[in-house]
Design a protein around this ligand. Structure first.
Ligand code: AMP
Ligand code: MG
Length: 420
Protein backbone atom coordinates (compact mmCIF):
# COMPACT_ATOMS: atom_id res chain seq x y z
CA UNK A 1 0.00 0.00 0.00
CA UNK A 2 1.54 3.29 -1.08
CA UNK A 3 1.82 5.84 1.69
CA UNK A 4 0.97 9.36 0.69
CA UNK A 5 3.23 11.50 2.80
CA UNK A 6 2.36 14.77 4.46
CA UNK A 7 -1.21 15.52 3.51
CA UNK A 8 -2.81 18.81 4.41
CA UNK A 9 -5.59 18.66 7.00
CA UNK A 10 -8.19 19.35 4.31
CA UNK A 11 -6.84 16.57 2.07
CA UNK A 12 -6.75 14.12 4.96
CA UNK A 13 -10.28 14.96 6.02
CA UNK A 14 -11.56 14.55 2.49
CA UNK A 15 -9.93 11.11 2.24
CA UNK A 16 -11.35 10.03 5.59
CA UNK A 17 -14.87 11.12 4.70
CA UNK A 18 -14.69 9.54 1.24
CA UNK A 19 -14.25 6.16 2.92
CA UNK A 20 -17.17 6.56 5.31
CA UNK A 21 -20.74 5.59 4.48
CA UNK A 22 -23.97 6.39 6.23
CA UNK A 23 -25.10 3.39 8.29
CA UNK A 24 -28.33 1.54 7.49
CA UNK A 25 -31.67 2.55 9.03
CA UNK A 26 -33.48 1.00 11.97
CA UNK A 27 -36.74 1.84 13.73
CA UNK A 28 -36.84 3.15 17.27
CA UNK A 29 -39.72 4.10 19.53
CA UNK A 30 -40.54 7.77 19.42
CA UNK A 31 -39.41 8.33 23.01
CA UNK A 32 -35.97 6.91 22.10
CA UNK A 33 -35.50 9.03 18.98
CA UNK A 34 -33.95 12.12 20.57
CA UNK A 35 -30.60 13.00 19.00
CA UNK A 36 -31.00 10.51 16.18
CA UNK A 37 -31.04 11.30 12.47
CA UNK A 38 -34.04 10.53 10.28
CA UNK A 39 -33.23 7.84 7.74
CA UNK A 40 -36.35 8.49 5.64
CA UNK A 41 -38.52 11.53 5.05
CA UNK A 42 -41.63 11.85 7.20
CA UNK A 43 -44.81 12.36 5.19
CA UNK A 44 -47.82 13.67 7.13
CA UNK A 45 -50.68 11.20 7.21
CA UNK A 46 -52.91 13.77 8.93
CA UNK A 47 -53.30 17.51 8.76
CA UNK A 48 -52.40 19.67 11.73
CA UNK A 49 -54.59 21.00 13.18
CA UNK A 50 -56.75 18.02 12.21
CA UNK A 51 -59.96 20.11 12.61
CA UNK A 52 -60.81 23.82 12.82
CA UNK A 53 -60.71 24.79 16.49
CA UNK A 54 -60.77 27.74 18.82
CA UNK A 55 -57.51 29.38 19.90
CA UNK A 56 -59.19 31.01 22.93
CA UNK A 57 -61.81 30.40 25.57
CA UNK A 58 -64.66 32.38 24.07
CA UNK A 59 -67.86 32.30 22.04
CA UNK A 60 -68.12 30.68 18.63
CA UNK A 61 -70.40 32.80 16.48
CA UNK A 62 -71.03 34.32 13.07
CA UNK A 63 -68.78 37.34 12.47
CA UNK A 64 -71.51 39.00 10.40
CA UNK A 65 -73.72 39.23 13.55
CA UNK A 66 -71.26 41.60 15.24
CA UNK A 67 -71.35 44.54 12.81
CA UNK A 68 -70.81 47.74 14.83
CA UNK A 69 -70.42 46.01 18.24
CA UNK A 70 -68.55 48.15 20.83
CA UNK A 71 -68.44 48.17 24.64
CA UNK A 72 -70.99 51.02 24.52
CA UNK A 73 -73.33 49.25 22.11
CA UNK A 74 -72.72 45.51 22.49
CA UNK A 75 -74.50 42.85 20.46
CA UNK A 76 -76.58 40.32 22.40
CA UNK A 77 -76.49 36.71 21.21
CA UNK A 78 -78.47 33.73 22.49
CA UNK A 79 -76.17 31.06 23.98
CA UNK A 80 -76.96 27.59 22.62
CA UNK A 81 -74.61 25.61 24.82
CA UNK A 82 -70.99 24.84 25.45
CA UNK A 83 -68.23 22.78 23.80
CA UNK A 84 -65.32 21.61 25.92
CA UNK A 85 -61.95 20.52 24.49
CA UNK A 86 -62.29 16.90 23.38
CA UNK A 87 -66.04 17.25 22.75
CA UNK A 88 -67.78 17.86 19.43
CA UNK A 89 -70.60 20.39 19.13
CA UNK A 90 -73.32 19.47 16.65
CA UNK A 91 -75.88 22.24 17.33
CA UNK A 92 -75.57 24.65 14.40
CA UNK A 93 -74.81 28.28 15.18
CA UNK A 94 -77.61 30.21 13.46
CA UNK A 95 -77.79 34.00 13.06
CA UNK A 96 -78.16 35.66 16.46
CA UNK A 97 -76.72 32.75 18.43
CA UNK A 98 -73.39 31.72 19.91
CA UNK A 99 -71.83 28.69 21.57
CA UNK A 100 -69.50 28.94 24.51
CA UNK A 101 -66.22 27.25 23.41
CA UNK A 102 -62.98 26.22 25.10
CA UNK A 103 -59.46 26.51 23.67
CA UNK A 104 -58.81 23.57 21.33
CA UNK A 105 -62.50 22.60 20.98
CA UNK A 106 -63.78 22.12 17.42
CA UNK A 107 -65.68 25.00 15.87
CA UNK A 108 -69.39 24.11 15.70
CA UNK A 109 -71.21 24.10 12.34
CA UNK A 110 -72.35 27.55 11.23
CA UNK A 111 -69.77 29.46 13.28
CA UNK A 112 -66.95 31.24 11.44
CA UNK A 113 -65.20 33.12 14.27
CA UNK A 114 -64.55 33.19 18.00
CA UNK A 115 -64.64 36.16 20.37
CA UNK A 116 -62.53 35.72 23.51
CA UNK A 117 -64.43 35.75 26.84
CA UNK A 118 -62.51 38.90 27.81
CA UNK A 119 -64.49 40.78 25.15
CA UNK A 120 -67.87 39.73 26.52
CA UNK A 121 -69.91 40.30 29.68
CA UNK A 122 -69.17 36.67 30.67
CA UNK A 123 -65.40 36.82 31.25
CA UNK A 124 -65.27 33.85 33.62
CA UNK A 125 -67.17 30.74 34.44
CA UNK A 126 -66.91 27.89 36.87
CA UNK A 127 -68.68 24.59 37.15
CA UNK A 128 -71.26 25.85 39.69
CA UNK A 129 -72.47 28.76 37.64
CA UNK A 130 -74.90 27.82 34.87
CA UNK A 131 -74.35 29.13 31.37
CA UNK A 132 -76.08 32.50 30.84
CA UNK A 133 -78.93 32.43 28.33
CA UNK A 134 -77.49 35.44 26.51
CA UNK A 135 -74.07 36.96 26.12
CA UNK A 136 -73.14 40.57 25.30
CA UNK A 137 -70.29 40.86 22.78
CA UNK A 138 -68.24 44.08 23.01
CA UNK A 139 -66.41 44.07 19.70
CA UNK A 140 -66.64 43.00 16.11
CA UNK A 141 -64.22 40.47 14.59
CA UNK A 142 -63.37 39.35 11.07
CA UNK A 143 -64.41 35.89 9.86
CA UNK A 144 -61.72 33.41 10.93
CA UNK A 145 -60.77 35.37 14.07
CA UNK A 146 -59.35 33.13 16.83
CA UNK A 147 -59.94 30.07 14.66
CA UNK A 148 -57.07 27.67 13.95
CA UNK A 149 -57.71 26.39 10.45
CA UNK A 150 -57.42 22.73 9.38
CA UNK A 151 -53.94 22.08 8.02
CA UNK A 152 -52.70 25.55 8.94
CA UNK A 153 -49.47 24.01 10.29
CA UNK A 154 -49.12 20.76 8.34
CA UNK A 155 -51.14 19.36 5.44
CA UNK A 156 -51.77 15.67 4.76
CA UNK A 157 -49.22 14.34 2.27
CA UNK A 158 -46.68 17.05 2.99
CA UNK A 159 -43.02 16.08 3.60
CA UNK A 160 -42.66 17.46 7.11
CA UNK A 161 -39.09 16.36 7.85
CA UNK A 162 -36.47 15.38 5.31
CA UNK A 163 -34.13 12.42 5.64
CA UNK A 164 -30.97 13.56 7.43
CA UNK A 165 -32.90 15.77 9.83
CA UNK A 166 -31.69 15.81 13.44
CA UNK A 167 -34.41 14.85 15.91
CA UNK A 168 -34.64 17.41 18.70
CA UNK A 169 -37.45 17.83 21.25
CA UNK A 170 -39.47 19.91 18.77
CA UNK A 171 -39.22 17.17 16.10
CA UNK A 172 -40.35 14.64 18.71
CA UNK A 173 -43.45 16.79 19.29
CA UNK A 174 -44.25 17.02 15.57
CA UNK A 175 -43.77 13.26 15.15
CA UNK A 176 -46.07 12.60 18.11
CA UNK A 177 -48.73 14.91 16.66
CA UNK A 178 -48.56 12.99 13.40
CA UNK A 179 -48.88 9.60 15.08
CA UNK A 180 -45.36 8.43 14.21
CA UNK A 181 -44.75 6.06 17.12
CA UNK A 182 -41.87 4.20 15.47
CA UNK A 183 -39.26 6.40 13.83
CA UNK A 184 -36.92 5.39 10.98
CA UNK A 185 -33.47 6.55 12.07
CA UNK A 186 -29.90 5.88 11.05
CA UNK A 187 -28.32 3.19 13.19
CA UNK A 188 -25.96 4.50 15.87
CA UNK A 189 -22.29 3.98 14.96
CA UNK A 190 -20.49 1.46 17.17
CA UNK A 191 -16.95 2.67 17.61
CA UNK A 192 -14.21 0.39 18.91
CA UNK A 193 -11.76 2.36 21.06
CA UNK A 194 -8.31 0.87 21.56
CA UNK A 195 -5.34 2.23 23.51
CA UNK A 196 -1.92 0.92 22.55
CA UNK A 197 1.43 1.14 24.30
CA UNK A 198 3.69 -0.90 26.61
CA UNK A 199 3.68 1.99 29.07
CA UNK A 200 -0.07 1.85 29.71
CA UNK A 201 -1.72 0.49 32.83
CA UNK A 202 -5.40 0.38 33.73
CA UNK A 203 -6.98 3.28 35.62
CA UNK A 204 -7.49 1.12 38.72
CA UNK A 205 -3.81 0.17 38.96
CA UNK A 206 -1.28 2.03 41.14
CA UNK A 207 1.43 3.85 39.20
CA UNK A 208 4.71 1.98 38.74
CA UNK A 209 8.00 3.34 37.39
CA UNK A 210 7.80 4.08 33.68
CA UNK A 211 4.05 3.44 33.48
CA UNK A 212 1.16 5.85 32.94
CA UNK A 213 -2.55 5.26 33.18
CA UNK A 214 -4.51 4.84 29.98
CA UNK A 215 -6.32 8.13 29.67
CA UNK A 216 -6.87 8.14 25.90
CA UNK A 217 -9.12 5.10 25.98
CA UNK A 218 -11.48 6.97 28.29
CA UNK A 219 -11.23 10.31 26.51
CA UNK A 220 -12.02 8.82 23.11
CA UNK A 221 -14.85 6.66 24.46
CA UNK A 222 -16.32 9.81 26.00
CA UNK A 223 -15.85 11.76 22.76
CA UNK A 224 -17.70 8.97 20.93
CA UNK A 225 -20.52 8.93 23.49
CA UNK A 226 -20.83 12.73 23.40
CA UNK A 227 -21.72 12.41 19.70
CA UNK A 228 -24.53 9.99 20.45
CA UNK A 229 -22.53 7.06 19.08
CA UNK A 230 -21.80 3.87 21.02
CA UNK A 231 -18.25 3.39 22.31
CA UNK A 232 -17.04 -0.20 22.39
CA UNK A 233 -14.01 -0.19 24.74
CA UNK A 234 -11.32 -2.54 23.49
CA UNK A 235 -8.95 -2.00 26.41
CA UNK A 236 -5.19 -1.75 26.19
CA UNK A 237 -2.90 -3.53 23.74
CA UNK A 238 0.83 -3.56 24.51
CA UNK A 239 3.12 -2.73 21.59
CA UNK A 240 3.01 -6.19 20.03
CA UNK A 241 1.38 -7.23 16.80
CA UNK A 242 -0.27 -10.21 18.47
CA UNK A 243 -1.81 -8.10 21.21
CA UNK A 244 -3.08 -5.43 18.81
CA UNK A 245 -4.49 -8.08 16.49
CA UNK A 246 -6.30 -9.83 19.37
CA UNK A 247 -7.98 -6.58 20.48
CA UNK A 248 -8.99 -5.70 16.91
CA UNK A 249 -10.43 -9.18 16.41
CA UNK A 250 -12.47 -8.61 19.58
CA UNK A 251 -13.73 -5.41 17.98
CA UNK A 252 -14.76 -7.24 14.81
CA UNK A 253 -16.60 -9.80 16.95
CA UNK A 254 -18.41 -6.94 18.70
CA UNK A 255 -19.56 -5.64 15.31
CA UNK A 256 -17.89 -2.24 15.36
CA UNK A 257 -18.43 0.15 12.44
CA UNK A 258 -15.21 2.08 13.03
CA UNK A 259 -11.97 1.53 14.92
CA UNK A 260 -10.23 4.34 16.74
CA UNK A 261 -6.90 3.68 18.37
CA UNK A 262 -4.33 5.91 19.97
CA UNK A 263 -0.54 5.74 19.66
CA UNK A 264 1.64 3.34 17.74
CA UNK A 265 1.34 5.19 14.42
CA UNK A 266 4.69 7.00 14.52
CA UNK A 267 7.89 5.73 13.01
CA UNK A 268 9.29 4.20 16.22
CA UNK A 269 10.33 0.56 16.35
CA UNK A 270 7.38 -0.23 18.63
CA UNK A 271 4.75 1.46 16.49
CA UNK A 272 3.00 -1.74 15.54
CA UNK A 273 -0.51 -0.50 14.70
CA UNK A 274 0.62 0.53 11.25
CA UNK A 275 2.24 -2.84 10.70
CA UNK A 276 -0.91 -4.73 11.67
CA UNK A 277 -3.03 -2.58 9.36
CA UNK A 278 -0.61 -3.07 6.49
CA UNK A 279 -0.77 -6.84 6.96
CA UNK A 280 -4.49 -7.26 7.58
CA UNK A 281 -6.09 -4.27 5.98
CA UNK A 282 -4.56 -1.18 4.54
CA UNK A 283 -3.15 2.20 5.57
CA UNK A 284 -4.07 5.14 3.38
CA UNK A 285 -1.84 7.78 4.88
CA UNK A 286 -0.07 8.40 8.05
CA UNK A 287 1.34 11.90 8.19
CA UNK A 288 -0.68 15.11 8.22
CA UNK A 289 0.72 18.63 8.25
CA UNK A 290 -1.07 19.42 11.47
CA UNK A 291 -0.08 20.50 14.96
CA UNK A 292 -0.68 18.85 17.30
CA UNK A 293 -1.11 15.45 15.74
CA UNK A 294 1.27 14.78 12.86
CA UNK A 295 1.16 10.97 12.87
CA UNK A 296 -2.28 9.77 11.89
CA UNK A 297 -3.25 6.50 10.27
CA UNK A 298 -6.34 6.03 8.20
CA UNK A 299 -7.24 2.80 6.56
CA UNK A 300 -9.12 -0.39 7.21
CA UNK A 301 -8.80 -3.37 9.45
CA UNK A 302 -10.47 -6.06 7.39
CA UNK A 303 -13.28 -4.08 5.85
CA UNK A 304 -13.82 -1.74 8.82
CA UNK A 305 -12.61 1.88 8.62
CA UNK A 306 -9.75 2.58 10.99
CA UNK A 307 -8.44 5.84 12.41
CA UNK A 308 -5.16 5.61 14.26
CA UNK A 309 -4.74 8.74 16.37
CA UNK A 310 -1.43 9.90 17.81
CA UNK A 311 -0.64 8.87 21.38
CA UNK A 312 -0.15 12.22 23.05
CA UNK A 313 -3.43 12.93 24.83
CA UNK A 314 -3.90 16.43 23.42
CA UNK A 315 -2.93 15.31 19.92
CA UNK A 316 -5.32 12.39 20.21
CA UNK A 317 -8.19 14.57 21.36
CA UNK A 318 -7.58 17.27 18.74
CA UNK A 319 -7.15 14.68 15.95
CA UNK A 320 -10.40 13.09 17.07
CA UNK A 321 -12.08 16.50 16.81
CA UNK A 322 -10.66 17.07 13.35
CA UNK A 323 -11.12 13.63 11.77
CA UNK A 324 -13.02 11.13 13.92
CA UNK A 325 -15.85 13.46 14.86
CA UNK A 326 -16.86 14.31 11.27
CA UNK A 327 -16.45 10.65 10.28
CA UNK A 328 -18.71 9.44 13.09
CA UNK A 329 -21.27 12.16 12.39
CA UNK A 330 -21.30 11.21 8.71
CA UNK A 331 -21.85 7.53 9.59
CA UNK A 332 -24.68 8.56 11.88
CA UNK A 333 -26.39 10.37 9.01
CA UNK A 334 -25.65 13.96 10.01
CA UNK A 335 -25.27 16.47 7.21
CA UNK A 336 -23.58 19.12 9.33
CA UNK A 337 -20.21 17.63 10.18
CA UNK A 338 -18.21 20.65 11.26
CA UNK A 339 -18.11 22.49 14.54
CA UNK A 340 -19.27 26.10 14.26
CA UNK A 341 -16.46 28.60 13.70
CA UNK A 342 -16.21 32.27 14.59
CA UNK A 343 -13.58 34.85 13.77
CA UNK A 344 -11.81 35.81 16.98
CA UNK A 345 -9.29 38.59 17.61
CA UNK A 346 -6.24 37.11 19.30
CA UNK A 347 -5.13 39.01 22.41
CA UNK A 348 -1.54 37.80 22.32
CA UNK A 349 1.15 36.88 19.81
CA UNK A 350 1.00 33.33 18.52
CA UNK A 351 3.88 31.41 16.95
CA UNK A 352 3.55 28.28 14.86
CA UNK A 353 5.91 26.06 12.85
CA UNK A 354 4.01 26.47 9.58
CA UNK A 355 1.81 23.39 9.99
CA UNK A 356 -1.93 24.03 10.32
CA UNK A 357 -2.07 24.52 14.07
CA UNK A 358 -4.90 24.06 16.52
CA UNK A 359 -4.28 26.23 19.55
CA UNK A 360 -6.31 25.64 22.70
CA UNK A 361 -8.01 28.91 23.54
CA UNK A 362 -10.79 30.62 25.41
CA UNK A 363 -13.05 32.59 23.09
CA UNK A 364 -15.31 35.22 24.58
CA UNK A 365 -17.80 37.62 23.18
CA UNK A 366 -16.87 41.21 23.95
CA UNK A 367 -19.48 43.60 22.62
CA UNK A 368 -19.60 43.17 18.86
CA UNK A 369 -16.55 40.91 18.50
CA UNK A 370 -15.10 37.64 19.72
CA UNK A 371 -11.71 37.69 21.40
CA UNK A 372 -9.38 34.80 22.09
CA UNK A 373 -6.69 34.09 24.65
CA UNK A 374 -4.67 30.88 24.57
CA UNK A 375 -4.82 28.52 27.53
CA UNK A 376 -1.07 28.82 28.02
CA UNK A 377 1.47 26.02 27.57
CA UNK A 378 0.53 24.13 24.42
CA UNK A 379 2.58 20.94 24.89
CA UNK A 380 0.71 18.00 23.42
CA UNK A 381 0.94 16.18 26.76
CA UNK A 382 -0.63 19.09 28.72
CA UNK A 383 -4.09 17.70 29.26
CA UNK A 384 -5.36 20.48 31.51
CA UNK A 385 -5.02 22.96 28.63
CA UNK A 386 -8.08 21.29 27.09
CA UNK A 387 -10.11 21.69 30.25
CA UNK A 388 -9.89 25.47 30.15
CA UNK A 389 -10.37 25.73 26.37
CA UNK A 390 -13.70 26.25 24.64
CA UNK A 391 -12.17 26.64 21.19
CA UNK A 392 -9.33 25.63 18.93
CA UNK A 393 -7.79 28.60 17.16
CA UNK A 394 -6.71 27.59 13.68
CA UNK A 395 -3.39 29.02 12.51
CA UNK A 396 -3.42 28.37 8.75
CA UNK A 397 -0.73 26.39 7.02
CA UNK A 398 2.34 28.46 6.15
CA UNK A 399 1.73 31.05 8.86
CA UNK A 400 4.41 31.13 11.55
CA UNK A 401 3.57 34.32 13.42
CA UNK A 402 0.22 35.87 14.29
CA UNK A 403 0.52 39.31 15.93
CA UNK A 404 -1.87 40.32 18.71
CA UNK A 405 -4.94 42.05 17.30
CA UNK A 406 -5.22 39.82 14.24
CA UNK A 407 -8.24 37.57 13.66
CA UNK A 408 -8.12 33.79 13.42
CA UNK A 409 -10.86 31.23 12.84
CA UNK A 410 -11.87 29.61 16.09
CA UNK A 411 -13.40 26.17 15.95
CA UNK A 412 -15.84 26.20 18.87
CA UNK A 413 -15.55 22.90 20.71
CA UNK A 414 -17.77 24.28 23.46
CA UNK A 415 -19.85 27.42 23.50
CA UNK A 416 -19.45 29.10 26.87
CA UNK A 417 -21.86 27.61 29.40
CA UNK A 418 -23.01 24.66 27.29
CA UNK A 419 -22.80 21.10 28.58
CA UNK A 420 -20.53 19.47 25.96
P1 AMP B 1 3.30 7.28 20.78
O1 AMP B 1 2.30 7.78 19.79
O2 AMP B 1 3.17 5.81 21.02
O3 AMP B 1 4.67 7.70 20.44
O4 AMP B 1 2.92 7.98 22.15
C1 AMP B 1 3.09 9.37 22.34
C2 AMP B 1 2.87 9.76 23.78
O5 AMP B 1 1.52 9.51 24.15
C3 AMP B 1 3.71 8.99 24.78
O6 AMP B 1 4.17 9.90 25.76
C4 AMP B 1 2.75 8.01 25.34
O7 AMP B 1 3.09 7.58 26.64
C5 AMP B 1 1.47 8.79 25.37
N1 AMP B 1 0.31 7.90 25.33
C6 AMP B 1 0.11 6.93 24.43
N2 AMP B 1 -1.05 6.29 24.66
C7 AMP B 1 -1.61 6.87 25.74
C8 AMP B 1 -2.82 6.64 26.46
N3 AMP B 1 -3.67 5.68 26.10
N4 AMP B 1 -3.09 7.43 27.51
C9 AMP B 1 -2.22 8.41 27.87
N5 AMP B 1 -1.06 8.67 27.22
C10 AMP B 1 -0.75 7.91 26.17
MG1 MG C 1 4.20 4.34 21.88
Amino acid sequence: MAEKEYLTVAEALELVLAGIEVLPPEHVELAQALGRILAQPIVARDSLPPFANSSMDGYALRAADLAGATPQSPVSLRVLGEIAAGAVGDVPVLPGTAVRIMTGAPLPPGADAVVPVEDTNEPWRDAERPLASHVLIFRQVAPGAYVRRVGEDIQTGQVVLAAGHLIRPQEIGVLASLGVSSVPVVRRPRVGVLATGDELIAVEEPLRPGKIRNSNGYTQAAQVAALGAVPVPLGIAPDSETAVRARLQAGLAAGVDLFISSAGVSVGAYDVVKTVLEKEGNVDFWRVRMRPGKPLAYGRYGSIPYLGLPGNPVSAMVSFERFARPAILKMAGHTRLERPQVQAIVQEEIYSDGRESYIRAVVRREGEVYTAVTTGAQGSHMMTSLIAANALLIVPEGVTHVPAGQSLSAMMINWPETVF
